[in-house]
Design a protein around this ligand. Structure first.
Ligand code: PMP
Length: 344
């Protein structure tokens, strides 16, 4: 087959052998809002015999209103992974550039579409050096906050990158932006090479619904639409469109969840530091932590034995770290208790 040499993305494990505290894929510990749950009702099920609206009119209008842009500046797709895939397909003709430590799917999309990549090492402290992304004419892809570090780049630095070369597209992947970082949304009116990608999977508790959106100048949105209409125009199903619209209407509920997750993150960070961990200052719904008392892989394994799943990446520079999703307060108490018992 044409893709025999391709190394596919490996999603976080979903073992079925017992019930785990799942802190490995950055899902929300809280359910979607009551309005979202009510939107997916029997009447909506009956309508499943009909194709979904390929233009996502209702949802697109709600997102446009909420973000203060026009409907022509909004693109919707089946999870933000789908949009990132389209972005590499559409805008990677001159190659792509992204950090050495970032979301693992970027390099897979690049390989899938034959996009030559330049990988820029993060600084020693895992921060992005904006100077690395000012020239070269390549599609530039930055997660902000970055994953798995949780570190965010301040808006003026993002602007410096976007402004440096108006002829190349800059993708800012804001999957985790609702947990305290600053969005690049305010830059949109001034930069037609900026593509902001967001998801309903994290702050809106809808990872299983598969819904992502992009915000950009009309010309970029039209390019993404062209690819969507050339692959699968109905790629957001009816139930997800309804649930997504209801989610936009319950913004206060989700904002409350985000505040709660941020409080739990700060408490978890403090507890891990008390246990001697190095914890990066996260602006996301996860923390990235390492201990000088136990190796990263060993901690991952021993937590798993105790029924707690975290994410370990067997990769240079970050082998001693684990990425730990912020769960409920109770889940994090149990994580801290398990870490204490492993270290003692
Ligand atoms: N971007 C980043 C940085 C992520 O961590 C994830 C989640 N794995 C995604 C995008 C994709 O999220 P989804 O496809 O669920 O919208």
């Amino acid at each position: 087959m044409r893709y025999a040499a391709l190394e596919a993305y490996v999603p976080g494990e979903q073992p079925r052998d017992k019930a785990y505290i799942k802190l490995n894929t950055n899902e929300s510990p809280y359910p979607p809002s009551p309005e979202v749950i009510a939107s997916v009702n029997a009447a909506a099920m009956e309508e499943l015999r009909l194709y979904s609206d390929p233009t996502c009119r209702l949802l697109r209008r709600k997102i446009a209103d909420r973000c203060g842009v026009s409907e022509e500046n909004v693109f919707l797709s089946n999870g933000s992974d789908d949009i990132l895939n389209f972005a590499f397909m559409a805008f990677g003709e001159k190659g792509a550039v992204f950090p050495d430590i970032t979301y693992g799917f970027y390099s897979v999309f690049a390989a899938l579409h034959g996009v030559p990549t330049r990988v820029m090492p993060l600084r020693e402290d895992f921060t992005v050096d904006p100077a690395d992304y000012l020239t070269g004419g390549r599609l530039t892809v930055l997660a902000n906050p970055n994953a798995p570090t949780g570190l965010a780049l301040p808006l003026p630095e993002i602007e410096r990158i976007v402004a440096a070369d108006p002829d190349r597209v800059v993708v800012i992947d804001e999957a985790y932006v609702d947990f305290g970082a600053e969005s690049a949304l305010s830059l949109l009116p001034r930069y037609d090479n900026l593509l902001i990608v967001r998801t309903f999977s994290k702050s809106r508790s809808m990872a299983g619904a598969r819904l992502g959106f992009a915000l950009a100048d009309k010309a970029l949105i039209d390019d993404l639409e062209k690819i969507k209409y050339s692959t699968n125009p109905y790629n957001i199903n009816r139930l997800t469109q309804l649930a997504g619209a209801a989610a936009i209407d319950s913004d206060e509920y989700f904002a409350g969840n985000c505040r709660r997750i941020c409080r739990t993150r700060e408490r978890t960070t403090a507890s891990l530091k008390e246990l001697g961990f190095t914890v990066l200052p996260s602006m996301a719904n996860f923390v990235f932590a390492s201990s000088d008392q136990i190796g990263g892989e060993e901690l991952y394994r021993r937590l798993k034995e105790r029924g707690i799943l975290v994410r370990h990446f067997d990769k240079d520079r970050i082998r001693e770290y684990n990425r730990i999703t912020i769960g409920s307060e109770d889940e994090m108490d149990r994580l801290i208790a398990a870490v204490k018992s492993i270290l003692s």
